[in-house]
Design a protein around this ligand. Structure first.
Ligand code: NAP
Length: 409
């Protein structure tokens, strides 16, 4: 919508991650510079507080009041926006009307959901409408799943340049990670576990690596690191990586939407590297055990209540500015081509992955969609970060958001 008042509207500017994003956009673009943007949410007074705390320039940011359940207000908001960036989650609880309104009004949209069951519902319900209206809907524009999806895209591009063929298998290992969780992320995870604990068909869907692929062409049996496992490539012990549940689905969807450039038999999995020797093995065993225990605890109503009431951060809470600043991540991608060529690439980020870095990735994804990707190159539809934003977003992330994409060996 070229005649929109704003390039970007940040819906959910009062959320924990939304406030970091507003701060980032203020520092990167100013409140009344070339980028026209506004903040939105359900509470005018909370939005005013966000504006107050955004420094002298922040006071100029326009406000839009809209509740996630008020369709008329969402339509008015979308009419003013080229791209809506939403941090209003859990998305399965509060996000569906906005995606429908964006699809119907041709408004571009990016978010931070990691809820694959909700993404599948949105694809089924709105893909045809978005294709018709020209709305580009891009879910998963935070730590899940930009580093994984663009990391695989980058790895394959390098493999094609070096060997003339893509990797048929890529194993991603989280080599280092430092950060914490917010109440909003915990609420989203708890909602998935709650839905799945009473719904066997949803459990089956969540276990399907191709749950976001609709053409049925890919069928390779995917690997999945569930317990401690020794990796012969690095000689390190591996444990499960919780974000693999969404990242692997997005990577397979990118492969499918692009017409299978990595092949229909492409294998992709993610794990946490826990170190070598006995120590690494003990760490991997303990980590897998605690994660399993947490999942069981989250599925049972009494223990879920204890976890939510006393142990986990509440909505609006998250890592301190110090913790965000001292956070980081380092992801390694080990690929092998059909001809046996091997390549290692890495994606790193400064700041804690879930908030400090995620807010920057989300902001750059939204601005990239508004400014770099025209509708003749990428038309309306339900895209992934790699299929909609690819090289222009990698350029933005490396230039402005503290990420690096590199060949290791
Ligand atoms: N992909 C990733 O890597 C990643 C990383 C971080 C977070 N996330 C996801 O991002 C989302 C936000 O996380 P967070 O910790 O920042 O959440 P949060 O602090 O709990 O904030 C939730 C936001 O939703 C708003 N909201 C709730 N109900 C609403 C309604 N009916 N209408 C309008 N707004 C409503 C809240 O508004 P009020 O302030 O008015 O209550 C608040 O702005 C979560 O879904 C989380 O899972 C993903």
């Amino acid at each position: 919508m070229s005649n929109s008042s704003y390039d970007i509207v940040v819906f959910g500017a009062t959320s924990f991650v939304g406030q970091i994003l507003v701060d980032y956009l203020c520092r990167r673009h100013g409140a009344s510079g070339d980028l026209k943007w506004a903040i939105a949410g359900r509470s005018k007074s909370k939005l005013e507080s966000v504006r107050e705390s955004s420094g002298p320039d922040g006071k100029e940011i326009p406000l839009i009041v809209a509740d996630a359940n008020d369709e008329a207000a969402l339509r008015q908001m979308c009419d003013q926006a080229r791209v809506v960036i939403s941090t209003v989650g859990p998305y399965a609880l509060y996000g569906s009307t906005l995606v429908r309104v964006c699809a119907e009004t041709g408004t571009d949209y990016v978010d931070l959901t990691g809820e694959s069951q909700w993404i599948r519902r949105m694809i089924e319900a709105h893909e045809a409408t978005a294709q018709e209206s020209g709305a580009r809907i891009v879910h998963c524009c935070g730590f899940d799943s930009i580093p994984s999806d663009l990391g695989v895209y980058f790895h394959q591009k390098m493999a094609m340049e070096k060997f003339g063929e893509p990797a048929t298998e890529i194993r991603m290992q989280v080599a280092r990670i430092k950060g914490g969780a917010s109440g909003g992320t915990v609420a989203s995870m708890m909602n998935i576990v709650k839905e799945a604990s009473s719904n066997p068909s949803l459990r089956k869907e969540l276990a399907n690596p191709y749950s976001l692929v609709r053409d049925g062409k890919a069928s390779a049996r995917q690997r999945n690191v569930k317990g401690p496992e020794l990796d012969p490539e690095t000689n390190a012990w591996l444990g499960p990586f919780i974000m693999a549940a969404i990242n692997t689905r997005i990577v397979h969807r990118s492969n499918a939407l692009s017409g299978y450039p990595y092949g229909t038999e492409f294998l992709y999995d993610e794990s946490m590297r826990m170190g070598r020797g006995l120590k690494g093995r003990a760490r991997a065993t303990m980590f897998a055990g605690s994660l399993g225990g947490f999942m069981v605890g989250a599925a049972l109503p009494p223990t879920r209540w204890v976890l939510e009431s006393f142990l986990l951060p509440k909505p609006g809470e998250g890592p301190s500015p110090e913790e965000q600043k001292n956070g980081m991540f380092d992801l390694r991608f080990y690929g092998t081509t059909a001809g046996g060529n091997k390549l290692v690439t890495k994606v790193t980020g400064d700041r804690d992955p879930g908030y400090g870095s995620t807010a920057k990735m989300l902001g750059e994804a939204g601005v990239c969609l508004a400014q770099d990707i025209n509708k003749t190159d990428v038309g309306g539809g339900m895209w992934t970060p790699a299929t909609a934003l690819a090289d222009p977003l990698i350029a933005r992330l490396t230039a402005h958001a503290g990420l690096s994409f590199e060949v290791v060996s």
